[in-house]
Design a protein around this ligand. Structure first.
Ligand code: AMP
Ligand code: MG
Length: 417
């Protein structure tokens, strides 16, 4: 468990900007240093604990990138096509033949080793066959289909950097280098709770005035995609002591505790109060919409984040805060949200001093420009504003108004996972 002390964070009571909150997390949240060796197939989504150094060259030998004919420059006429006898055949997986010094070309297939001295491979589509001979084209640029030994990665150099969250393509690269086991940070153990007397789990019939728990299930799914071990600790009633004991117990047992709901100002909001009185509160107001009330701090040496109750706010705060928090605990390289410029297809006014995220869909206009259209229902409880759109439009703190046609930052949901 990360051992943070009570003084780890200390900020004033004013709403913190998203940037400042992320910087605070990066600066103050120590990584969990323990590592483990896992089978390559179990490593996807995990964070590499030591750089992976290539034990071999990749490719390991010069090989043909196409099906065609290999030749030596010295046997080729300059400026005209050359006809050469075909003196051998090399298929993928077979050692190159030893070749006589005479003139000649070799039939070669994709992935087959290119023999020493052969410096050209011509695609079969560019060649003509006649009587056991092949007519090779005159254009030298056509004879460049050789993948050189080590051109992808040279033996002894870094193939994958420490701190990278391993993507399927990294697993492919590690396998191509002959790796079987890989040293990663141990899995983070993350506890999640929902809070609120009105919240019930799906599976029971809905009592009057109750709602089904969306947040815990969404959080679970989002966390799983980040490669952490999720511990679902259920729903906490709006009772101070129950909240305090459950959160402290979780803080003792897990690397990170996440709750949703119960962080606003009402008398029924106990999460922030518990953090303040039994742990230490770093901030609880974030200059963000949807979001605003987010309590972050330390409980029993463990980082704690109390997300808002409204599901869309949970989603937005997860993308902006929880992802960097998990990256910090994992000792992972930060993965900043990828923004793309698009054109606003609507006008909008906002309050200055906070960052605002609108849920939008994209379309192309007749000139090919990408236009963002705002989803009609932008309430922070409206889950369809997430499920029926493609991403978030990010309006910065100083923006007060956008006009139709303005260039704005768009974040694709697909790129925030
Ligand atoms: P709170 O901050 O606890 O007052 O919650 C704000 C809003 O979010 C209220 O309308 C809650 O009913 C709703 N909410 C809280 N937790 C959940 C949850 N787990 N799933 C769906 N909605 C929730
Ligand atoms: Mg509540």
């Amino acid at each position: 468990m990360a051992q943070l002390d009570k003084e780890t964070f200390s900020t004033s009571g004013a709403p913190l900007s998203v940037e400042a909150a992320v910087a605070l997390i990066a600066k103050r949240v120590p990584a969990i240093e323990e590592t483990e060796k896992v089978d390559l197939l179990a490593a996807a989504g995990r964070v590499l604990a030591q750089p992976l150094i290539a034990p071999i060259d990749l490719p390991a030998f010069d090989n043909s990138a196409v099906d065609g004919y290999a030749a030596r420059s010295r046997d080729l006429a300059i400026g005209s096509a050359t006809e050469l006898p075909i003196r051998g055949r090399i298929a993928a997986g077979h050692a190159p033949q030893t070749l006589s010094a005479e003139n000649g070309a070799l039939r070669i297939f994709t992935g087959a080793p290119v023999p020493e001295g052969f410096d050209r491979v011509f695609m079969q589509e560019d060649c003509t066959l006649a009587d056991g001979n092949v007519l090779l084209p005159s254009d030298p640029s056509k004879g460049a289909n050789i993948r050189r030994r080590g051109e992808d990665i040279a033996k002894g150099t870094e193939a994958i950097a420490r701190g990278r969250r391993l993507m399927p393509e990294d697993i492919g690269l590690a396998a191509a280098l002959g790796t079987t086991g890989i040293t990663v940070r141990r899995e983070l153990k993350v506890a999640i709770f929902s809070t609120g007397d009105e919240i019930v789990s799906p599976g029971v019939s809905l009592p009057p005035a109750a709602i089904y728990d969306a947040n815990r299930f969404m959080l679970h799914a989002m966390l799983q995609r980040l490669g952490v071990r999720v511990h679902d600790l259920g729903i906490l009633p709006d009772v101070r002591e129950r909240t305090a004991s459950a959160l402290l117990e979780a803080a003792h047992a897990f690397d990170l505790v996440i709750t949703s709901g119960g962080v606003s100002m009402g008398e029924e909001d106990h999460v922030k109060a518990v953090l303040e009185t039994r742990g230490s509160l770093a901030f609880w107001k974030l200059a963000i919409k949807p979001g605003r009330s987010v309590a972050m701090g330390v409980l029993d040496g463990t980082p704690f984040i109390g997300l808002p109750g409204n599901p869309v706010a949970v989603f937005v705060c997860f993308a902006t805060l929880v992802r960097p928090l998990i990256a910090a605990l994992n000792g992972a390289q930060p993965e900043p949200l990828h923004r793309q410029k698009v054109i606003a297809g609507f006008s909008f006014r906002k309050k200055p001093g906070r960052r605002e995220y609108l849920r939008v869909s994209l379309r192309r206009d007749s000139s090919g420009a990408i236009i963002a259209e705002k989803y009609a229902v932008q309430g922070s409880g409206a889950l369809t504003s997430l499920t029926r759109t493609q991403g978030l439009l990010e309006l910065h703190e100083d923006v007060t108004e956008i006009a139709c046609g303005d260039r704005v930052d768009f974040i694709d949901y697909e790129l925030m996972r």
